[in-house]
Design a protein around this ligand. Structure first.
Ligand code: FES
Length: 184
């Protein structure tokens, strides 16, 4: 019997090649590793957070080939060949914030901040796909983020969003109440 008969079979880890925030990335990973784990543990991109780990909270949202994806629901191997953007890739190279990040900053849209990266990513993907979403559509995408998204939209004169008039109407009613004038 030759020595080769007792050799263990050579197992190799699958390799994933992808682009992350515009830079090529490569990792040897087990086939059950999630995209969020690849980003956080292998690539040290800690801005993508894990909240529920059950595809509900959206804290782990990133863009995969321009689509908003909860990275806790996607295997890293499924992202092979894809272009992934995380919150670290949203600002310009000179540090200028993405307009959605700027809107969150301007409107103090942080709360505890844990979910904010995912909210920014989901909001940016929504607006990239549909610059004039209805409020209902925005709330379907992300209930909490929608109020910041609308705060942002309401300050963009080039984006005449459908429910803009409703917002103005509500603001007018509040103002009249403060002024003591009769509500219409
Ligand atoms: Fe909550 Fe991914 S961690 S949806």
């Amino acid at each position: 019997m030759s020595g080769h008969d007792h050799m263990e079979p050579i197992t190799t880890m699958p390799v994933v090649n992808l682009s992350v925030n515009g830079k090529p990335a490569r990792a040897d990973i087990a086939s059950d590793v999630l995209l969020v784990t690849l980003l956080r543990d292998n690539l040290n991109l800690k801005g993508t957070h894990v909240g529920c780990d059950t595809s509900q909270c959206g804290a782990c949202t990133v863009h995969v080939d321009g689509r908003s994806v909860k990275s806790c629901t996607m295997l890293a191997l499924e992202a092979d060949g894809a272009s992934v953007t995380t919150i670290e890739g949203m600002a310009a190279p000179d540090g200028t914030l993405h307009p959605i990040q700027e809107a969150f900053r301007a409107h103090h849209g942080l709360q505890c901040g844990f979910c904010t990266p995912g909210m920014v990513m989901a909001s940016a993907a929504l607006l990239a796909k549909n610059p004039r979403p209805t409020e209902r559509r925005a709330r379907l995408i992300w209930g909490n983020a929608s109020k910041y998204l609308w705060a942002f939209l309401s300050q963009q004169p080039q984006l005449p969003v459908i429910s803009h008039g409703q917002q103005d109407h509500g603001r007018g009613r509040r103002q009249r109440r403060r002024d003591g004038s009769a509500a219409s």
